[in-house]
Design a protein around this ligand. Structure first.
Ligand code: PLP
Length: 383
């Protein structure tokens, strides 16, 4: 049994079977066992991503895959639009700038809905197709807002800009049909909904993104997808991959498909709605309105007089529940629950119970059990 209940946006708890699979013996990553393993994993991941296009497993964290998404398809000085309303949206823009792209940020305050109208205007004013890509974070973990990638894809329409999407904290937990939504490059990390430790990232690449990659002037040594493709064709990876994570991935994908995609999405939705009901029952305010709220990460505004660091520390030290604080401009103003991957409904009951007790310790007036009861009722209504 884990000695803590991990309710942060990632790493997420991992099932015992996955943990056991991590203690695999080592084997040759240039031999037949690896070749067959990688092939099976990619087939499984393509089902998770709902894509028939290219997909690669990288030994990197999610940020590595974000970097891979920007260093394979463009030339220095080319223009991209970065839709930003949180920390990870900004990260995409920063990576683009590091590699010499001309990054046109459409930024709003963290926690505000993206400015879809400005995107529409900029694309309409670009008949010659100078804008080469649009980056967006599907699930902005820093605020608990789920951005509307489908709407962006629709706005993009026939414009040739590639749609590059960070799906790090949502892929697997939420229905994101990559091909159907026209996502050209999509990335995720292993330590989120895929129920694995950190160490692997996944990137999908559409046909037109692959074509764009042929003329790209920006190069990377480590995140070179041409090389990844060449090696994939001989059943290998360019460098030594994180073998334990890959062995474990086969187990986690097995669990994922055993639960079933639809049931997994439904569980995540149920948890998000129940948690929101519990927070409201405690008289607390949520950062993001219901219709834009994430199904995997929930941000709560710290009520007046409640100190976030103390709240989190006491939830951890007294009750064994780990939650996240705010990042950047939201530091000290919010606390966040992650509820993705192998989190179960009753883990959230423990999380809410710990929150209630930690609030009482700071003199905030809550009736113990009120949030837990709301959570239970919501779970039963929605299940
Ligand atoms: N994008 C999102 C939405 C995330 O939540 C995270 C991690 O929390 C990342 C990117 C970066 O992933 P990593 O920390 O694995 O580099």
């Amino acid at each position: 049994m884990p000695d803590q209940i991990l309710l942060i946006p990632g790493p997420t708890p991992i099932p015992a079977e996955v943990s056991r699979a991590m203690s695999t013996e080592m084997f040759n990553h240039r031999g037949p066992r690896f070749k067959a393993l990688q092939k099976r994993l990619i087939e499984g991941l393509k089902q998770v991503f709902q894509t028939k296009e290219r997909l690669y497993i990288l030994t990197a964290s999610g940020t590595g895959a974000m970097e891979a998404a920007l260093v394979n398809f463009f030339s220095p000085g080319e223009r991209i639009i970065s839709m930003t309303n949180g920390s990870f949206g900004e990260r995409f823009a920063e990576i683009g700038e590091v590699y010499g792209l001309q990054v046109d940020k459409i930024a709003v305050d963290w926690g505000e809905p993206l400015d879809y109208k400005s995107l529409e205007e900029k694309l309409a004013a670009d008949p010659s197709g100078d804008i080469k890509a649009i980056t967006v974070v599907h699930n902005e973990s820093s605020t608990g807002m789920m951005n509307n990638v489908q709407a962006i894809s629709k706005i993009r329409g026939n414009h040739p800009a590639l749609l590059i999407v960070d799906m790090v904290s949502s892929m697997g937990a939420v229905d994101i049909p990559v091909d159907r939504w026209g996502i050209d490059v999509g990335v995720t990390g292993s330590q989120k909904a895929l129920m694995l430790p950190p160490g692997l990232a996944v990137i999908s690449v559409s046909k037109r993104a692959w074509e764009a990659a042929q003329g790209a002037g920006i190069k990377s040594y480590y995140f070179n997808l041409h090389l990844a493709q060449e090696y994939f064709e001989i059943g290998q990876t360019p460098n030594t991959p994180a073998l334990p994570q890959m062995v474990a991935m086969e187990v986690s994908l097995g669990l994922y498909f055993k639960e079933g995609r639809e049931r997994c999405y439904a569980r995540h939705r149920r948890m998000a709605l129940a948690l929101r009901a519990a927070i409201r029952a405690l008289g607390l305010e949520l950062l993001v309105d219901d219709e834009k709220a994430s199904l995997t990460v929930t941000a709560v505004l710290a009520p007046p007089g409640v100190e976030v660091d103390r709240l989190r520390n006491e939830m951890r030290d007294y009750y064994g529940v780990e939650i996240a604080g705010g990042q950047g401009q939201l530091n000290g103003r919010i606390f966040r629950f992650g509820h993705l991957g192998a989190v179960r409904e009753l883990d959230l009951a423990a999380g809410i119970a710990a929150l209630e007790m930690a609030l009482v310790r700071q003199g905030y007036p809550v009736e113990l059990g009120r949030g837990v009861q709301a959570l239970q009722k919501a779970i039963m209504n929605y299940s």
